[in-house]
Design a protein around this ligand. Structure first.
Ligand SMILES: [Zn+2]
Length: 135
């Protein structure tokens, strides 16, 4: 006997909080000081932003953390609406890329050089970077 089942549509709110871990904590604390910190694997040299506690390539613990210049290149971007642009930023000195807001600019294109602008009041949050602007 087959029976079709009804569905119930509901919105469930699930607030949660998790620890950032030692590597991301270094990254967030760096942002408070207007520094973007990269994690460098001492085994294979892979450089990740945000840093990882364990290298995603060779699985060794990441123990070196160094600040970057902050300058990067737009490797992709998307306009979510007329005032919000998400960019994929390849920071100089990093092998990974970071998603963040990019300011509207008629010259915005893949390959553009960008730098971060910082909030006055920083709280060790990814949003301490207000957005990236074209150089
Ligand atoms: Zn590694």
């Amino acid at each position: 006997v087959t029976q079709s089942l009804q569905s119930v549509r509901q919105k469930i709110e699930i607030p949660f909080q998790y620890t950032a871990g030692s590597a991301v904590t270094r990254f967030l604390e760096g942002l408070k000081d207007k520094k973007i910190v990269v994690g460098v694997c001492s085994n294979c040299g892979r450089r990740s932003v945000p840093p990882l506690s364990v290298c995603g390539r060779c699985w060794k613990p990441v123990t070196d953390f160094v600040p970057l210049s902050g300058r990067g290149k737009v490797i992709s971007f998307s306009r979510a609406n007329p005032t919000t642009i998400y960019g994929l930023i390849q920071l100089e000195g990093s092998d990974s890329s970071l998603v963040h807001y990019v300011a509207e600019n008629p010259n915005l294109a893949i390959g553009c050089d960008v730098v971060p602008t910082w909030r006055e009041e920083r709280t060790a949050s990814i949003l301490d970077i207000h957005h990236f602007v074209l150089l």
